[in-house]
Design a protein around this ligand. Structure first.
Ligand SMILES: C[S@@+](CC[C@H](N)C(=O)[O-])C[C@H]1O[C@@H](n2cnc3c(N)ncnc32)[C@H](O)[C@@H]1O
Length: 172
């Protein structure tokens, strides 16, 4: 199974379905999915094209907060969440130079875990084939280990994609 599908399956195991965050909304596929299952959705992306595409894809949904913002600043806009999705890399069909990058992604993930409610789920879709993708995955993994955060790994398309899944425990 591709990790984008698996991430959505895991997100639905969150204990509550109130507030969800799409940290990298891109073309809006995950945002649309979250809108169908959660009461309120915050979607972030650093690039205007992604905000435009997501806005078009989700037209008519009043419970969406769509923000052009760096994902390291999610905490400035959202105080708690039941589910958080990160889908790393570049926006398909656009400038590949604008992409998530290792230490920034790791920092954004640690900060976002701070607003994830106990029983909530975070998924991090990592793509290991493009330049820097494997390094980004390894740096995130090392950071989670250094912070003693338990996580599960699932491989999708072999050699190309890995999903990191975190179920928030009271101790994290
Ligand atoms: C793989 S795409 C996301 C795909 C999206 N989830 C979808 O359903 O179409 C990765 C996105 O991360 C965004 N991005 C890169 N750096 C970012 C940052 N620092 N903060 C927020 N978004 C960022 C890119 O602009 C790109 O749209």
């Amino acid at each position: 199974m591709r990790i984008v599908q698996r991430a959505q399956e895991l997100i639905l195991t969150s204990s509550e379905r109130r507030i969800a965050v799409d940290a990298t909304c891109g073309n809006g596929h995950d945002t649309l999915f979250l809108l169908k299952h959660f009461s309120e959705v915050y979607a972030f992306d650093i690039q205007p094209l992604a905000i435009k595409r997501t806005g078009e894809k989700t037209a008519g949904f009043k419970k969406l907060h769509l923000l052009q913002e760096d994902f390291r600043n999610i905490k400035n806009h959202v105080k708690n969440a039941d589910a958080i999705m990160f889908n790393l890399g570049f926006l398909p069909g656009s400038d590949r130079k604008i992409k998530t990058s290792d230490h920034d992604s790791a920092e954004a993930i640690i900060r976002a875990l701070g607003i994830l409610n106990t029983g909530g789920v975070m998924t991090i879709a990592c793509y290991t084939q493009h330049a820097g993708g494997m390094e980004e995955f390894l740096i995130i993994k090392a950071r989670l280990e250094a912070e003693n955060i338990p996580f599960e790994l699932e491989e999708g398309f072999p050699g190309r994609e890995i999903l990191i899944a975190i179920k928030k425990q009271p101790s994290i």
